[in-house]
Design a protein around this ligand. Structure first.
Ligand code: XUL
Length: 524
């Protein structure tokens, strides 16, 4: 029997996905919800309340209590942790944990007599951790870019322009606002490498997948960039763990978990990564040519890349792939909420919406265009939300419901097409996941716009599953293809692009980009 564990430390929960690679089955899928299971942390959505809406911090002790609770709960439900032959994990990206010099000894000698949180609390040099939802570092982003030689230099070295939620700007802000606490910090870990450190009882390295989300790593060397470190904060080179390749064996599970929960002594722990790199694995999309579109509250587009090109517009990010090489990630904030806003306005449910797209309208929508920015947008950068309709008079007054239904989906699909062109390779296959991927109309427009075949994957936690696959690959050397065949298979029924639609959307997306630029004063 070969069981492999993927832990997923996300914003609102900690989950364990255990796969049985012999049977090709998920044998455990257990979660601890921070809000409901750990109410003492006053974090109903996984983060602490703050008067400043730009600040989003979490208590790292909450993540540790969640790990204890998860292990305990599964054991109490009869799960035998000793069957697990390898462990890896996924962490919400960009979030950081600040530790003093006692951390190195404490993490090596965790005692089963006390909780993880009790033992690690004295090792924190900062009580809270800024997470990816924090956008309070705009000033620091500018300062880092200036010190490093410009915004484009930061992008060319690290794969992204300076981004508020990325770890480097967050570290800089801490070093400026709390210089003493920063000086007392001996280690800055990411969520992924912090949790990996605890599980392996060691000071874990940061993998290139998550390391690239810090604005500190040089993509060309897969190591920290002296230019970016110096531009960010004093003595930072002494405070970061090493960068390691995806799949690196960090060590063996800490005796804490052996004694307390019955893990087998010697179980290998494989480097953890960020949730998006792990999702690339969990979606079986580690080969260039296959892109993933995840349709959720926000939509994301990610894909493995043959070369680490970067987005000249500064919207896209480049991360390492846990399977080697690189991946891109683009976030589109106006996803399901924008679609649902339009449906509500049109009085349509998902079925009527799909029917309007498939049966009552056609690719290109007779030139009718919507700019559906119900909220500020990340890609392209639109700070003032606005919804605009351009086309014939009736359409512009919302009097053509079917065309409006198609228009929002086309806007989202064309925006993804335009803003993924910089990766230099057009996907031949697109894998869709997330709630809205069940909708035939939406999926057909995506297939048509990309001129690619669309596959649906019914994976509920692609990051946790990806981490479990990373554990199997790293600990047992199981080939990726065998793992993908067993665990990342598309559901039957490929959606093919309609003949000629790719040409229609090549032209339509050019027009969309130009009109968007004019309507919002942007550069696309
Ligand atoms: C990616 C990002 C989010 C978090 C979510 O850049 O900020 O996707 O990783 O956990």
């Amino acid at each position: 029997m070969a069981y492999y564990l993927g832990l997923d430390s996300s914003t609102q929960s900690l989950s364990a996905v255990v796969i049985d690679t012999d049977a090709g089955e998920v044998v455990l899928d257990e979660s601890v919800q921070f809000g409901t299971d750990l109410p003492q942390y006053d974090s109903p959505n996984g983060f602490l309340a703050n008067d400043d809406p730009l600040v989003r911090h979490s208590d790292p002790l909450m993540w540790l209590d969640a790990l204890d609770l998860l292990c305990e709960r599964a054991k109490a439900n009869g799960f035998d942790w000793s069957k697990v032959a390898g462990i890896s994990g996924s962490g919400q990206q960009h979030g950081s944990v600040y530790l003093n010099a006692s951390f190195f000894d404490v993490v090596k000698a965790l005692s089963a007599d006390e909780s993880l949180a009790e033992q690690l609390k004295p090792a924190l040099s900062r009580a809270t951790s800024p997470i990816w939802m924090d956008s309070s570092t705009n000033q620091e982003c500018g300062e880092i870019a200036e010190a490093a030689g410009g915004r484009d230099t930061v992008r060319e070295i690290s794969g992204s322009v300076s981004i508020e939620r990325f770890t480097g700007p967050q570290i800089r802000k801490f070093s400026k606002t709390a210089p003493d606490a920063y000086a007392a910090t001996a280690r800055v870990h990411l969520v992924s490498s912090f949790m990996a450190s605890v599980v392996a009882g060691t000071d874990a390295g940061i993998d290139t997948g998550d390391g690239a989300g810090m604005n500190l790593m040089d993509l060309s060397t897969a190591d920290w960039s002296a230019t970016l470190l110096n531009a960010t904060a004093p003595d930072l080179e002494t405070k970061l763990p090493p960068v390691v390749a995806g799949g690196t064996k960090l060590g063996e599970v800490s005796t804490y978990f052996v004694e307390k929960y019955g893990f087998a002594a010697g179980t290998p722990v494989i480097a953890w990564s960020g949730d998006n790199p792990c999702s690339l694995v969990g979606m079986g999309a580690t080969a260039p040519g296959t892109a993933v579109i995840s349709l959720g509250t926000s939509d994301t587009f990610f894909a493995a890349m043959s070369k680490p090109l970067t987005d000249p517009n500064g919207y896209g990010h480049v991360f390492g792939s846990p399977a080697g090489g690189f991946m891109c990630l683009m976030c589109f904030k106006n996803g399901s909420l924008a679609r649902e806003n339009v449906m509500q306005k049109l009085g349509m449910d998902y079925d009527a919406f799909s029917k309007a797209i498939l049966e009552e309208t056609k690719p290109g929508n007779d030139g009718n265009i919507m700019f559906p920015y119900y909220e500020s947008e990340i890609t392209p950068l639109i700070l003032e939300p606005a919804v605009k309709l351009e086309g014939d008079d009736e359409f512009a007054q919302w009097k053509k419901p079917a065309a409006a239904a198609r228009a929002i989906v086309e806007a989202q699909a064309m925006s993804m097409k335009i803003h993924s062109a910089w990766i230099g390779e057009t996907p031949t296959t697109v894998r869709v996941t997330g709630g809205a991927s069940r909708n035939d109309g939406i999926v057909q427009v995506l297939a048509d716009a990309f001129g690619a075949k669309l596959q649906r994957l019914a994976v509920s936690n692609s990051a946790g599953l990806g981490a479990a696959l990373m554990a199997a690959h790293g600990a047992a050397g199981t080939e990726w293809d065998a793992l993908f065949d067993a665990f990342a298979k598309p559901t039957p029924g490929v959606v093919e692009p309609a003949a000629g639609s790719a040409e229609v959307y090549d032209k339509a997306s050019k027009v969309f980009g130009e009109r968007l630029e004019a309507a919002f004063g942007l550069c696309c």
